[in-house]
Write a protein that binds this ligand. Sequence first.
Ligand code: A2P
Length: 275
Amino acid sequence: MPADSFDGRTRELADGNQIPVLGLGVWQVPNGRECVNAVLWALELGYRHIDTAQAYGNEASVGEALRRSGIPREQVFITTKFQPSRRNAATEVEGSLKRLGVEYVDLYLVHWPAGGPTRAWPTMEQAHGLGYARSIGVSNFNVTELAEMMAGATVPPVVDQVNLSPFTYRRALIDESRARNVEVEAYSPLGTGRHLANGTVNRIASRTGRTPAQVLLRWCLQHDLVVLPKSTHRPRIEENAQIFEFVLSPDDMAELDSLDRTDGTGVALERKWWR
Ligand code: A2P
């Protein structure tokens, strides 16, 4: 794969910043060599978007890989997320910047609506105002939570990052977010690996001459979602980026859409891990 085959694929957020539509997710990748390697390989292979979080504990490795890659800071889109059981997002982002070894993150998200959807937003706005985060947004927010927090926001969120795949195709959440100019990002687009064995996905993969992972990721792209697959294996990281040179037919898309088990919900998560 030519290294530059997709690194220019971006979308404009509501605040005018550009976001690459494919990013490497590093949830559940331990801090250390495994994470450094995954990020380094992704950057070598043309990824220009890395998605980490304070709660993942691996920001330092993301930063190390970024430095070792030699790619100029401004060419890589870095997302981190506020651990919302902490008090102050503006204070916490300073720790992230130190661990990452950067002066700003491109996107800073409230990881989940702990303590209610509005609680973290004033200090998120502060982080933005101080220039520590170029864009700010949320993750795991429902339609109703989005509405409630946006009603009181001075700086509106530009992203909601949610668990999305054909099996969790939360149409109401996607539609409502778009109506509010909130870009939707898909995390766990492979169902943390579980969806790769599905019969329909495999049939479409055979039909199109692609892999099941590529079919699932391409489905996200064709629904205009920013997509964040995770892998720590170089061949898979490469495979997951080869999703720009084929198209799923309307029939393939309809078949994948019909796998939805959420009934088109506006709910971001079926089970909340916080109160
Ligand atoms: P690994 O990290 O060992 O490569 P999700 O992005 O939905 O969270 O899914 C991540 C899971 O899917 C991880 O277990 C990852 O394994 C696996 N995975 C990622 N890409 C591929 C791929 N192209 N083929 C097979 N498994 C993959």
